[in-house]
Design a protein around this ligand. Sequence first.
Ligand code: 1HA
Length: 271
Amino acid sequence: HWHDHSDAFTDIRYQKSEDGIAKLTINRPEVRNAFRPKTVMELEQALADARHDPHIGVIILTGEGELAFCSGGDQRIRGESGYQDEQGSQHLNVLDFQRQIRTCPKPVVAMVAGYAIGGGHVLHLMCDLTIAAENARFGQTGPKVGSFDGGYGASYMARIVGQKKAREIWFLCRQYDAQEALDMGLVNEVVPLDELESETIKWCREMLQNSPIALRCLKAGLNADCDGQAGLQELAGNATMLFYMTEEGQEGRNAFVEKRAPDFSRFKRQS
Ligand code: 1HA
């Protein structure tokens, strides 16, 4: 079912299906799929590829194995100002990847078995949908390990679970099981572990049946409610794309290229 495109990668696996699904798998099970800067750079590269591949309609983000989706930043290589790469520079580059998920015009689905913890929990939050296995466990650890994500990790979490619950999750650093996550609206569905991938693919295929432009405009509209000017940019970008697809929009370009005055008179003024 999956074609492999992982050759350039060490920390992730990148696969595509014939029917339009891309799958990004964090592949560091020995550290519960914690990410280092290289992991994040590879995820960014794969997600950019999936976004720009016209055959891909939906993207799955997951972790290797049954024990973890992702346990956040690799604490072994955390330096004084970020997570250290192989050249010694320090990064918090997962924030860029969060925005990349957010602004990807195709749905991104988190497929969670085991732990989605810390920065790994925020990654599942950023995804449009989350399908969880019964063994999934969710939570933040920042205040325990000397970190916090006050960006989307706080404000968008509160949009999902509400202010009281978001403060509980961050201030107490408890872990929540799959059923509790479902009750909070943190995940869309809980399934037995051995059905996790088939159920996730079923959800993906249902979305693949629907209008891609409708899905991308809805994602932009749902984002715009929380994302201020960046959200409006995304929404307006879709409006521009649709305008470019009209004869009225194309008349402006044609007139310029043909070095004549544009004639918009044949286009109806919509009421
Ligand atoms: O907050 C941010 C950011 C905020 C703003 C901007 C950027 C950010 C970027 C990142 C982050 C963060 O992610 S901070 C939060 C970092 N993550 C954590 O605090 C979670 C740490 N891990 C755990 O709590 C637990 O390991 C676990 C609940 C995920 C799993 O527990 P379990 O099943 O009991 O396994 P455990 O024995 O703890 O772990 C297995 C192995 O994986 C251990 O290594 P070993 O003793 O076998 O050599 C463990 O050390 C390793 N491991 C697990 N998580 C991490 C890790 N190694 C490095 N980093 C990890 N995050």
